[in-house]
Design a binder for this molecule. Structure first.
Ligand code: SF4
Ligand code: SF4
Length: 197
């Protein structure tokens, strides 16, 4: 999306949907850009956090749904801490991901979806990510079997890649978080993506 020539969509309900899902007021954003300046993954986004906020204000649903930005967000909340308007931008990013899921959309980049799926599967199973398995699963299913393999020897020698999964004492609590997340998704579905333009 070329944000220098964007045209607002007055019929779009995207803004109100995201406000309902995130609990944030989009009109509070005055485009100062502090969120983008502090975002550690903005370099990998096609729309910066500030541009995401603008696109929501303008109701540009399709541009946003096709964007990889909210999939690249790691929910570190730096943007939220920096925003002079106290907007929880991380919650906005999460709402976009939630909306995408409610509509049965996959990330534009297939690899992003695969990475998320394997990451969550491993965290659900072991209580935290098992890096060797994550790398192996991702490489095998993404069609890039040799991706980053050259880094293996050094990472192994530095003890950064345990060959066995970590032991997690609080697996039940972790799985409870998954159940709560599923409940949030169910409730969000009831809040409804109905009428999204
Ligand atoms: S920091 Fe807050 S006010 Fe500034 S652009 Fe980002 S969301 Fe908008
Ligand atoms: S929460 Fe997401 S958008 Fe905000 S600074 Fe962190 S990675 Fe960037």
């Amino acid at each position: 999306m070329n944000t220098s020539v964007i045209t607002p969509d007055p019929r779009s309900e995207l803004r109100s949907i995201i406000e309902r899902l995130s609990g944030q007021r989009m009109s509070r954003c005055y485009q100062c850009g502090k969120c983008t300046a502090g975002c550690p993954t903005a370099y990998a986004m096609d729309l910066t956090p500030r541009q995401v906020m603008r696109a929501i204000q303008f109701g540009l649903k399709e541009d946003l749904m096709k964007s990889r930005s909210y999939w690249m967000c790691v929910f570190c909340q730096t943007c939220t801490a920096r925003c002079p308007q106290q907007i929880d931008i991380a919650a906005v990013m999460e709402s976009l991901r939630l909306l995408s899921g409610l509509e049965g959309r996959m990330p534009v980049d297939r690899e992003i979806g695969l990475f998320h799926k394997h990451f969550l599967t491993l965290v659900h199973r072991y209580g935290r990510v098992w890096e060797v398995a994550l790398g192996g699963l991702y490489n095998l299913t993404s069609g890039h079997p040799m991706a980053s393999v050259s880094l293996l020897p050094e990472m192994l020698s530095r003890g950064k890649l345990p060959l066995l999964p970590h032991r997690t004492e609080n697996l039940k609590e972790i799985r409870d978080i998954f159940e709560r997340a599923a409940e949030v998704e169910r409730r969000a579905a009831q809040v409804g993506a109905k009428g999204v333009a």
